[in-house]
Write a protein that binds this ligand. Structure first.
Ligand code: SF4
Length: 707
């Protein structure tokens, strides 16, 4: 059922696709955006085939693709899955086609098995060819990006017979910068490299570049020292753009050329939100991505957290020290200012600034230590003294003066990039210590190597409403879990979704593909006996499926304790026990789990979402505890406090719906195809003992049994 949200988009007031639209504006000064792909490659940018699809005919064309007589029927003969008519897929494609045609936004809950990627790609492809502006697809996980670029899009090219162009967009730090690399291979490399050990990596990178490579970090097939990549990656602040001697062979600009001429651009949420933030700060002149005509945000259940993370402030001690060390590191007597006869007092000033950086972060670090916390909200960040900014400012002016007459443009760009960073640090410190970001939560966080000052916007809804949902392009949101009790209100209120409609699709899977078990005598999770009960109940239910289980925890400590206590039990059964955080990486754990059919995997947070294990290997999902967010994290605590301060219930209006959505993600790991069968076990008795428990049970389409 399609449900309208807010007022309709005023497509008259803001023409969605101007006739004279040009993907690049040659008058823009920023080196990122004065990029003209045709100039760069010396080629004419041609329109892709198929651009004569008539306007306003999107829905019939899209639907025709999915109907039994349509092109999708040939999928198996072209290397795809056998054709299956899925009414939900047809409905989704039609609704997206209408939204694109009308210039309205759309929010879709598309359960697993609907065939969502084809359902959104087909209308986006047709629409981008129709209007001559690329469509952007953004996803949370690399897996989904790879699936789209490597499997779905090539197959759709064959099935539609349209030679549309698609490109995977990654942040520029993923590409090697030839200019920065050359600087580190020149005469003064020993002084410029912050540590001698990195020279080996630079030699290896040199040999790697002799091969035909795309310059992407992901294609490097050897391990590098931490820190090497940061010295050679492309970065906006030091890029010389068309003035660079390597411009025509630049890996990053070659990739940009592919984005600029693509009909479909696939990006990740991090790049998308960084781009959105830059557009907000400096308009399209600061944009990283081409001007798209429509955007589809897949895995949209992470929208609020992604926006809060990427539209906020992060300032770490590590990043300040790294910048200063890049200029001059007194311990190793290396750095950019070892070159060119920099006066000793300049190097002395850098050493003093470094000491000041330690001094500035010390009170924050001490506070975290005193409270034994890894993250802490600061109600008054203004009380922390700042003697670092004046030092950074002085450094900026002195080094800028010194570098003024430097003739080597590449060297100068490298030094100026560090100065730009110093200026950004001063701005960041000012924003943090004077609380200049409106309606934000200010907090500090530490890990083993650094302390970070953070400010995250609390009202993401307002920001996204302005930056995203009221723009001149349609925005389609899609995820398997956006509703609570078949209602989008919670999601739309948290994200500010407006100017469009919502659509909830039914699951294509049968309700009898899974059964829910709830043990009747499980103690409350707060009770002392709960830990022992886990040791009794997990084996009981794992035996029902002979292993083949995911056991999902909400705490590392409980997971580790339970794993240690059950290790011998699993060994005696001959079922491999895989535990998150032990020897293997997440992808290694998943690979083992899929290969060894009887294995059992214990996981926390990251295994609740984004994991796809179709088939027998995953026949049992055990939820040890309902996933209520821990309000000890400052951002969560601040969101809840804000709701409370408005006289509303933070439990009913935040904790509970968040937990239901995460619960749906976790249990959604089980049934991934129409052949899958299995059980879901709930080891948290609150689903039956508390009033709100029904909200969790009603969110699943399966029958439950108390055993
Ligand atoms: S244009 Fe030059 S400086 Fe800019 S990323 Fe490419 S190689 Fe590096």
């Amino acid at each position: 059922m399609i449900k309208p949200i807010d007022m309709p988009f005023d497509s008259e007031a803001v023409p969605p696709f101007p006739d004279d639209f040009s993907p690049t504006d040659p008058t823009e000064e920023d080196t990122d955006t004065d990029f003209d792909p045709s100039e760069f490659a010396g080629e004419t940018v041609e329109a892709a085939a198929g651009s004569d699809i008539p306007a306003q005919a999107l829905r019939p064309d899209c639907e025709a693709f999915f109907w039994p007589g349509g092109p999708l029927r040939q999928a198996a003969s072209q290397g795809g899955r056998p054709y299956e008519f899925r009414p939900q897929q047809l409905e989704m494609a039609g609704a997206i086609a209408d939204a694109l045609n009308n210039g309205t936004n759309l929010c879709i809950e598309a359960p697993t098995g609907v065939g969502k990627s084809f359902a959104y790609l087909i209308p986006l492809i047709y629409r981008s060819l129709q209007c001559g502006r690329p469509a952007l697809v953004t996803t949370e996980t690399i897996n989904l990006q790879e699936q789209l670029i490597e499997k779905d899009i090539p197959l759709l090219r064959k099935l539609t017979g349209i030679d549309f162009r698609a490109a995977l967009a990654k942040g520029r730090h993923n590409y090697l910068c030839r200019r920065r690399f050359a600087l580190l291979t020149g005469d003064r490399r020993d002084e410029l490299l912050p540590a001698p050990a990195l020279a080996l990596d630079i030699n290896r990178l040199g040999r790697w570049m002799e091969r035909p490579v795309d310059g992407e970090r992901d294609s490097i097939d050897f391990r590098m020292e931490p820190g090497t990549w940061n010295l050679v990656c492309s970065e906006g602040i030091s890029c010389l753009g068309p003035k660079c001697e390597f411009f025509r062979n630049c890996f990053y600009y070659k990739a940009r050329q592919a984005w600029e001429t693509a009909d479909i651009i696939v990006a990740n949420h991090a790049l998308f939100f960084t781009d959105l933030g830059m557009r907000a700060a400096s308009g399209s002149a600061g944009a990283l991505l081409p001007n798209y005509g429509a955007v589809l945000i897949d895995e949209a259940h992470t929208l609020e957290d992604n926006a809060a993370e990427h539209l906020g402030l992060h300032l770490s001690r590590l990043s300040i020290l790294a910048t200063l060390n890049r200029l001059y590191n007194h311990e190793s007597a290396r750095g950019l200012l070892m070159r060119g006869g920099a006066p000793p007092e300049l190097r002395g000033l850098i050493t003093e600034t470094r000491d000041e950086a330690y001094g500035f972060f010390a009170p924050f670090e001490n506070l975290l230590h005193e409270r034994a916390e890894s993250a802490l909200m600061l109600s008054d960040p203004t009380r922390f003294p700042d003697r670092l900014s004046p030092k950074l400012e002085a450094l900026y002016h002195k080094v800028a003066e010194f570098i003024e007459d430097e003739e080597d443009a590449s060297f100068r760009a490298e030094v100026e990039a560090q100065l730009t960073r110093c200026r950004e640090f001063v701005t960041g410190i000012d924003q943090f210590t004077r609380r200049t970001i409106p309606d934000a939560v200010y907090y500090i966080e530490s890990d083993r190597s650094s302390v970070t000052l953070q400010a995250a916007p609390l009202n993401v809804a307002e920001l996204l409403g302005e930056l995203l949902f009221r723009q001149d392009f349609p925005v389609i949101l899609c995820s398997a879990t956006l509703t609570v009790r078949r209602n989008f209100d919670y999601f739309t209120s948290r994200t500010g979704f407006c100017n469009g409609t919502t659509l909830q699709l039914d699951s294509p899977f049968a309700p009898d593909q899974a059964r829910i078990y709830i043990p009747r005598d499980m103690p409350d999770p707060k009770a002392e006996e709960y830990a022992d009960a886990l040791l009794r109940e997990i084996p009981r239910f794992v035996e029902m499926t002979e292993g083949k289980a995911f056991v999902l925890f909400t705490s590392y400590a409980t997971m580790r304790r339970t794993a240690d206590a059950l290790r011998n039990y699993f060994a005696s059964k001959g079922w491999m026990l895989l535990v998150q955080g032990e020897e293997m990486t997440r992808s290694g754990l998943l690979r083992e789990f899929k290969e060894d059919v009887h294995s059992v995997l214990f996981g926390t947070d990251s295994f609740w979402t984004g994991v796809d294990v179709p088939g027998e290997a995953l026949s049992n999902v055990i939820i040890t505890k309902l996933p209520f967010a821990v309000p000890s994290h400052p951002l969560i605590a601040a969101r809840m406090a804000k709701i409370k301060a408005e006289g509303r219930s933070d439990f009913a209006e935040y904790s509970l719906p968040e937990a239901v959505l995460k619960f749906r993600q976790g249990t959604g790991r089980l049934i991934r195809s129409s052949d899958d069968r299995g059980i879901i076990v709930l080891l948290d008795r609150r689903v039956i003992s508390k009033n709100y428990g029904r909200l969790f049970l009603d969110s699943l389409p399966y029958r439950f049994e108390i055993v």
